[in-house]
Design a protein around this ligand. Structure first.
Ligand SMILES: [Zn+2]
Length: 302
């Protein structure tokens, strides 16, 4: 009886040993020949055609823009006929070229559809408000680099308005007629103006002469357009008088000729900005535009 028990134990042990060897061999067989532990890649399935937006989620501040890249898979490359749409243009607008622009704080979805294939992709757009108002050397700045919050709505600055009236009266004494075409503009007014210009001329052209919402100096309440929005105004007696004298009343010609690369705007002989008499005289005598005078940029972040 004891003998049978010993033989059984021996056979069981032998069986277990064999099983272990077989299992170890199977594991070895699964390893690639080079000895690395990587499993063999799965066989790739034929990819479905798809439109890919990169990135498919963006975050911009109000007045800031971006342009996601679109690729038609599996070939790659951007298809020609794309149709762009925002489900909430009050949050983010998108033009025909796919330039997305933050309009108001919130979240919305921009959909791009390929006209040929009806494939579409969605981009989640989060628009955050501007952080704050920027003063540099005590001067409130609104240009392409520095934006104003959407809710900054001061109206015409009282001191600037009084200075403007004084300048117009002084000009009249010299038989120079000056009048206001445009003064304070709210964020929402600027948003509507800019949207009209981009629809008409495209964003690149509009950016040369019109500010994106939040970036207009007219929103400061310290800027005025006088007489005529034509560059030929600069050569008229009124335009010449303004350029030679406005600093005496605290104003500068904000976008001088041949400073477009620095101010970010074409020559605007009609647009004056109030700085106060002392600063305006210093800027005038320096021959610099305000960006040069303060050593700042005027470039959109995108
Ligand atoms: Zn202006």
């Amino acid at each position: 009886m004891k003998r049978v028990y010993v033989v059984s134990l021996f056979l069981c042990t032998l069986l277990l040993l064999c099983a272990c060897i077989a299992f170890a061999s199977a594991e070895d067989a699964a390893k690639p020949a080079d000895g690395s532990a990587k499993p063999a890649p799965p066989v790739a399935a034929e990819p479905e055609p798809a439109l890919l937006a990169e990135p498919d989620a963006v975050s911009v501040t109000v007045g800031q823009g971006c342009r996601p890249k679109i690729a038609l898979l599996p070939e790659g490359g951007e298809p020609q006929a794309l149709f762009w749409q925002s489900d909430n243009p009050a949050v983010a607008a998108v033009d025909a070229d796919g330039n997305i622009m933050g309009i108001g704080a919130g979240v919305c979805t921009v959909t791009v559809t390929c006209a040929d294939s009806a494939l579409c992709a969605e981009i989640r757009v989060e628009v955050t408000p501007h952080a704050e108002i920027t003063y540099i050397n005590g001067i409130l700045i609104a240009n392409k680099t520095f934006a104003l919050p959407a809710d900054y709505n001061p109206g015409v600055d009282e001191e600037a308005g009084n200075a403007l009236e004084g300048m117009i009266a002084a000009a009249r004494e010299e038989s120079i007629a000056l009048w206001v075409v445009s003064g304070f503009r709210s964020y929402n007014t600027q948003a509507a103006i800019y949207a009209n210009y981009t629809a008409r001329d495209g964003a690149a052209a509009a950016d040369r002469y019109s500010a994106r919402p939040g970036h207009s100096e007219h929103q400061t309440g310290l800027a005025f357009d006088l007489n005529s929005l034509e560059q030929t105004f600069g050569a008229t007696p009124e335009g010449q008088w303004l350029a030679a004298n406005c600093h005496k009343y605290g104003f500068i010609i904000r976008y001088p000729e041949e400073k477009e690369d620095i101010t970010g705007y074409m020559y605007e002989p009609w647009h004056v900005r109030y700085l106060g008499e002392e600063t305006a005289r210093e800027v005038f005598e320096s021959g610099l535009c305000l960006e040069e005078y303060l050593n700042i940029t005027s470039v959109y972040a995108e």
